[in-house]
Design a protein around this ligand. Sequence first.
Ligand SMILES: Nc1nc(=O)c2c([nH]1)NC[C@@H]1CN(c3ccc(C(=O)N[C@@H](CCC(=O)O)C(=O)O)cc3)CN21
Ligand SMILES: CC(C)C(=O)C(=O)O
Ligand SMILES: [Mg+2]
Length: 277
Amino acid sequence: MSDKFTTQAFIDAKKNNRKITMLTAYDYSMAQILDESGIDAILVGDSLAMPIQGKDSTLEVTLDEMLYHCRCVARGVKNAMLVGDMPFLTYHINPDEAVRNAGRFIQEGKANAVKLEGGTSMAAMVKAIVRAQIPVMGHIGLTPQSVNIFGGFKVQGKEESAAKALVEDALALEDAGAFAVVLEAVPEMLAKLISEKIGIPTIGIGAGKYCDGQILVVHDMLGLYSDFTPKFVKQYANLRGKMAEAVSTYVSEVRSQQFPEKQHSFTISDDVLEKLY
Ligand SMILES: Nc1nc(=O)c2c([nH]1)NC[C@@H]1CN(c3ccc(C(=O)N[C@@H](CCC(=O)O)C(=O)O)cc3)CN21
Ligand SMILES: CC(C)C(=O)C(=O)O
Ligand SMILES: [Mg+2]
């Protein structure tokens, strides 16, 4: 029997009070590490704009770039569900384009599902994609593709009207057929209320402990990325420090001729060598 994590497993997890674990990944080796560590689902996030591309927003990431990373990740995944993050302007124009582009994540990116940002305003797109038999994960709260409307990466849903709108967004996504919803940077007790109000699981990032699952950007939790660190990040390792240490040791060993050693080198017979001189 396959251990593949499915949309049904998302629903069952919520029913059985079993927290869902997610992280992002953008390449093969990282995907292998996550999958072998028992992660439930992997998101190829458009957040790759930051740790992979060195940009300061997610707005310039293209569909082709996302599909490339998706394929790389897919080769490293056995059991986790693979979710592809639809980039800016690939699902906003009309439902036809949204379905076509979501389909590329499945066919070319080898993804099992797609994620898109927006609630009520994107319900028609979610419905159309689900009608094409592609599972959709919603994403509301701090939706980074809205950075120019928000005026920065800021906590959402603190005022009554904004909080009400988020509850409506979550309900609209459930009604449209989404199988889960990411809640990003919203107050913990609002995330709790939303998690209780909807039947599909909530996956929190900066949304507190009452969500049905959690997601972080893998470069943040491993301490690989340092341009900014959102308050919601817990650093489980400092790999940047470990890597810098390894690289500076290499630099000094090459300079001091401690590396390479005999065991890293190849031999040629003296007979052959003699004829070369
Ligand atoms: N590496 C990385 N991690 C992420 O979590 C992430 C990305 N990239 N790229 C896309 C978005 C951008 N995100 C961000 C970026 C910055 C803050 C941040 O600095 N927040 C401040 C201020 C919050 C406020 O004023 O409301 C914080 O202290 O957390 C939060 C989320 C989350 N996503
Ligand atoms: C942080 C998650 C939710 C995301 O959208 C991304 O990585 O792009
Ligand atoms: Mg994203």
